[in-house]
Structure formats: structure tokens, C-alpha cells
Ligand binder design. Structure first.
Ligand code: GAR
Length: 218
């Protein structure tokens, strides 16, 4: 039987995506194993979720490091020691240095609450509302040195209605994220995903358009 891949999940907050990844793993134990959860912030609920699931946790408090480089070096050391196959950024709110992203190129994915390339960075729900957009969503992409700009693997869209607020959009995007992220991790564990020549590949074919969650199972 195929061995599950080892993943590390990096968080900075509530960890609802982490919870979805934990819950999916319980039903699909052959796909991946969560070796480690790392937070750059103390006392976040995501750490409690990991402990409740008996997953080893590490706190690497970024405020204790003088430079971005020294924080990233400490993080890299932990991840190298853990020998994981995939690093999953799940609400990890840190800009990473090019050295760090280069070191884990092709082995690190991020989830972002917008239809990239729209709205990199923060406050994506507010910005979609301010712009009068009629749709919003999420993107899962390989991490490359440029913030939120790596090749996109999957997107999921939601319509924006006149009733929507930042809170309702956040909730709707979260619901889709919880389906989408475990799916992408599973693809990676099955060897279906790769980053080559700064392009995302799915089953040996370049993804000229991101996969759509709705087309799959939601
Ligand atoms: C998620 O919506 C994720 O897309 C976003 O943070 C939230 C974390 O929620 N990530 C970013 O904004 C990264 N740029 P969670 O802690 O409940 O999983």
C-alpha cells in the first residue's frame, strides 16, 4: 500500500482550514499525514485544534526575531528537520523571503481568499465589495517569491449579491476553502500536481486554466 505523504501546516490564526485538513485526513488516512503544525503567533485557536488532534505543534514567534531573514531561517530549519513532502500555508500571514520560497519551491502551497490575480495581500473581501464585483472566491497556488502570485492550481467562485457584507463573504469563501484545500493536498499526495518552469501541472499537463472546485464536487 502507498505510504501517506508527510505535510506541515503553517498557521497564524483560527485554523478553520487546518481543521478541514485534519477532518479530511481522518477519512482518507492513506493520502497524507500531518507531521507538524507551526504558528508564528502564540495563543491562536489553530494551535488548540492541532493539539486536540494530537498533532505536534511548534510556536515560532516572529516578534522574537530581529529580521525577516532570521525568522525564515528558524522556520526553514524546523521544516527541514521534519522532512515533510509538502508545506501547506493555511492562513499563515507572513511575507516569506525569496531564499525561503526558493528552498521549498514546488513543495509549498498557499490558499488565498480572492480570485487571483485580483486582490493580492489583505482585506480581499472588502476590496471585492468596494469594486462592485459580482463574483469572488479563493485561489490555491504554488508559492513562489512574488507574494500571492505563484501558478494557480485551483479556484472556487462564489457570486456576490447585494446583501453580502465582509462577514458573509468571509463565511462563504471559508466554506469553499474547506472543500478545496484537502482536495488539492490529496492531488499532491497522489503525484498529480507539480510545479515546472513556473507553471502548475496536473496529471502531466500544464494547467492553462486553474481547476474549478464547482466542476469537481461542490
Ligand atoms: C483563509 O480565508 C485564507 O484564505 C486566508 O486566511 C484565512 C485563514 O482562515 N489567507 C490569507 O489571507 C493569506 N494571504 P483560517 O485560519 O480559519 O484557516
Amino acid at each position: 500500500m502507498k505510504q501517506p505523504i508527510k505535510i506541515a501546516v503553517l498557521i497564524s490564526g483560527s485554523g478553520s482550514n487546518l481543521q478541514a485538513i485534519i477532518d479530511h485526513q481522518k477519512q482518507h488516512t492513506e493520502t497524507y499525514q500531518i507531521s507538524l503544525v507551526i504558528s508564528n503567533k502564540a495563543h491562536v485557536y489553530g494551535l488548540t485544534r492541532a493539539k486536540d488532534a494530537s498533532i505536534p505543534t511548534e510556536l515560532i514567534d516572529h516578534t522574537l526575531f530581529a529580521t525577516r531573514e532570521s525568522f525564515d531561517q528558524a522556520l526553514q530549519k524546523k521544516l527541514d528537520n521534519a522532512q515533510v513532502d509538502l508545506i501547506v500555508l493555511a492562513g499563515f500571514m507572513r511575507i516569506l523571503t525569496p531564499q525561503f520560497t526558493q528552498h521549498f519551491l514546488g513543495k509549498m502551497i498557499n490558499i488565498h481568499p480572492s480570485l487571483l490575480p485580483k486582490y493580492t495581500g489583505l482585506n480581499t473581501h472588502q476590496r471585492a465589495l468596494n469594486a462592485g464585483d459580482t463574483e469572488h472566491g479563493l485561489s490555491i497556488h504554488f508559492v513562489t517569491p512574488e507574494l500571492d502570485s505563484g501558478p494557480i492550481i485551483l479556484q472556487a467562485k462564489i457570486p456576490i449579491t447585494s446583501q453580502d457584507t465582509v462577514e458573509t463573504l468571509k463565511e462563504k469563501v471559508h466554506q469553499k476553502e474547506h472543500l478545496a484545500y484537502p482536495q488539492v493536498i490529496e492531488w499532491f499526495s497522489e503525484g498529480k500536481l507539480a510545479l515546472k518552469d513556473n507553471q502548475a501541472w496536473f496529471e502531466q499537463t500544464v494547467l492553462t486554466k486553474p481547476q474549478q472546485l464547482n466542476a469537481l464536487n461542490a
